[in-house]
Design a protein around this ligand. Structure first.
Ligand code: FCB
Length: 440
C-alpha cells in the first residue's frame, strides 16, 4: 500500500487529536492564586533557557482558552490532550485546593464539551509545585503520596467529564533530564538521583491509579511514556549489547514495573542504584492495571560504542531539534512493545516535528511537517496492520509554545503563534490535518 492508501485506511472509530501541556501554553503564572512550580523557578534562573525566556505568558492560553478551543474544533479533531498544572489547583502540592484554578479547567471542559471535543487530561507534565521540591521533590518518597491525593481530587471533580486521565507524561524525562543531567527543572545533575526519582515517579503512578480507581469514574486511566527502539550502530557485539542496555534502561525500566512488577536486571546492573530504595510493597503498588498506554514517539536511539560514536544515517533528514526523522521506528517500537508486553489499547499521545517556520503573508508553508505527518501515520498504520491495538493519534503540538530549555526557539505547532501579538495562524499542516481528518 502506498502512503496515501495507508493513511486513508484508519478505522472510523480512531481518535484524532492535538496535544499541549500546561506550562508550555497557559501563562497566567501568578493568576488567581496559582502557586509556583519548579519550571517557574528554573526559567527565572539565569542560563537555564537558551533564549532566556519563561512561561510567564507563553501562549496566554489561560486567558484565551475559549478562542483556542474554537481553533481546536476548527481542525475537526475528536480530542484534545492537555495537562493540569498541579500548582494551579493546589498551590503548595499539599493542603488547600485553589478553587479558582479548578474553575479554569472546569470552564475549559465546558467549552470542549460544547464543541464536542473529548478531553484527555494529563496530571503531571513536569510542573511540580515548588513547595514540594523544597522538601526534596521526586527524591522524597512522600511526593508520591501527595500526588495520589492530587490525582484523586482531580478524578473526583472531573473523572466523569473527561475521556481519559494519564498520571504522568514522560517520567523518563522528569527523572533523567530533571535529576540526572539537570537540563530540565529542577536542574539536578546526579545520575543516582535520576534512578531514585524514577522509582518515586512510578510509585506515585501506582498510588494515583489506586486512589483514582477507588472513585469509579468513567474516564480511562493510564500513563504516557516516551519511548524509542535502540538500534545498534554496527553488528559488533559491543554495539548490540549497548543497545539492549539502552532499551532496558529507558523503556523496560518504566514498562516492566507496571506490567511485570520488577525492574529489568540489565538496567539494575547498569544504573547507579546507590540512592534507590525499594520498599516491600512497592511493586504491588506500581503494578496496577491500566486502561491505556500513551506512547510519545519522536526518534530512535542509535547506539554506538565507538569513540567518537557513530551518528544515525538520517536518510530522511533531521528536525529543527536535530532529531533524526525515522518513521519506521514507530512501527518497530510498537511491534516490540506488543511482542514483549500484554498491552492495553495504545494511544500515540505525542508525535511531531519542530520546523524553522516562516510566517509570510499570513501563511506558513511547512511542507516538511506535512510529509512528517504522512510518513508517521503510514508507519502507525503498518503497526496496526500487524496487530497492535492503537486507538488514537495526537499531534504535538496544537500550536507553537514554550519548548522547555529551548524556550520559544523551536516551533512544533500546527498553528503558528506570534508571541508579540498572540496572533494564531493556521500553518499549511493544520489545513492538511483538518482536511485529512474530515475524510478519515
Ligand atoms: C516531549 C514533551 C513535550 C514536548 C515535546 C517536543 O518530550 O512531552 O512537552 O516538549 O517533547
Amino acid at each position: 500500500m502506498s502512503i496515501p492508501e495507508k493513511i486513508a485506511a484508519f478505522p472510523p472509530t480512531f481518535t484524532w487529536g492535538v496535544a499541549t501541556s500546561a506550562y508550555q501554553i497557559e501563562g497566567g503564572a501568578t493568576a488567581d492564586g496559582r502557586g509556583a512550580s519548579i519550571w517557574d523557578t528554573f526559567t527565572h534562573t539565569e542560563g537555564k533557557i537558551t533564549d532566556a525566556s519563561t512561561g510567564d505568558v507563553a501562549c496566554d492560553h489561560y486567558h484565551r482558552y475559549a478562542e483556542d478551543v474554537d481553533l481546536i474544533a476548527g481542525l475537526n479533531v475528536d480530542a484534545y490532550r492537555f495537562s493540569i498544572a498541579w500548582p494551579r489547583v493546589q498551590p503548595d502540592g499539599s493542603g488547600a485546593w485553589n478553587e479558582a484554578g479548578f474553575d479554569f479547567y472546569s470552564r475549559l471542559l465546558d467549552k470542549l464539551a460544547e464543541k464536542n471535543v473529548a478531553a484527555h487530561v494529563t496530571l503531571y507534565h513536569w510542573d511540580l509545585p515548588q513547595a514540594l521540591e523544597d522538601e526534596g521533590g521526586w527524591l522524597n518518597r512522600e511526593t508520591a503520596e501527595h500526588f495520589a491525593v492530587y490525582a484523586a481530587e482531580v478524578a473526583r471533580r472531573f473523572g466523569n467529564r473527561v475521556a481519559s486521565i494519564a498520571t504522568h507524561n514522560e517520567p523518563w524525562c522528569t527523572a533523567n533530564l530533571g535529576y540526572g543531567t539537570g537540563q530540565f527543572a529542577p536542574g539536578i545533575a546526579r545520575p543516582a538521583a535520576a534512578v531514585s526519582a524514577s522509582h518515586h515517579l512510578l510509585l506515585s503512578h501506582g498510588l494515583a491509579m489506586q486512589s483514582m480507581r477507588a472513585l469509579n469514574v468513567s474516564a480511562k486511566l493510564g500513563i504516557v511514556l516516551n519511548q524509542w527502539t535502540a538500534t545498534p550502530a554496527t553488528g559488533s557485539a559491543a554495539d548490540i549489547k549497548a543497545a539492549e542496555v539502552e532499551w532496558a534502561r529507558s523503556v523496560a525500566w518504566f514498562m516492566d514495573p507496571i506490567f511485570k512488577g520488577s525492574y529489568p536486571e540489565l538496567a539494575l546492573e547498569n544504573n547507579d542504584c546507590s540512592l534507590l530504595s525499594i520498599h516491600e510493597n512497592d511493586f504491588n503498588d506500581i503494578r496496577q492495571p491500566i486502561d491505556f498506554l500513551g506512547v510519545n514517539y519522536y526518534f530512535r536511539a542509535y547506539v554506538s560504542t565507538e569513540t567518537p560514536p557513530r551518528t544515525p544515517p538520517c536518510l530522511l533528514g533531521v528536525t529543527d531539534m536535530g532529531w533524526e526523522i525515522y518513521p519506521q521506528g514507530l512501527t518497530e517500537l510498537l511491534l516490540k512493545l506488543h511482542a514483549e508486553y500484554t498491552l492495553p489499547p495504545v494511544y500515540i499521545t505525542e508525535n511531531g516535528m519542530a520546523v524553522a517556520d516562516q510566517l509570510e503573508g499570513g501563511q506558513v508553508h511547512d511542507q516538511a511537517r506535512i510529509d512528517y505527518l504522512k510518513m508517521h501515520l503510514a508507519a502507525l498504520h503498518d503497526a496496526m496492520d500487524a496487530g497492535v491495538d492503537v486507538r488514537g493519534y495526537f499531534y504535538w503540538s496544537l500550536m507553537d509554545n514554550f519548548e522547555w530549555n529551548s524556550g520559544y526557539l523551536r516551533r512544533f505547532g500546527l498553528v503558528h503563534v506570534d508571541y508579540d501579538t498572540q496572533q494564531r495562524t493556521l500553518k499549511d499542516s493544520a489545513h492538511w490535518y483538518r482536511n485529512f481528518i474530515k475524510q478519515a
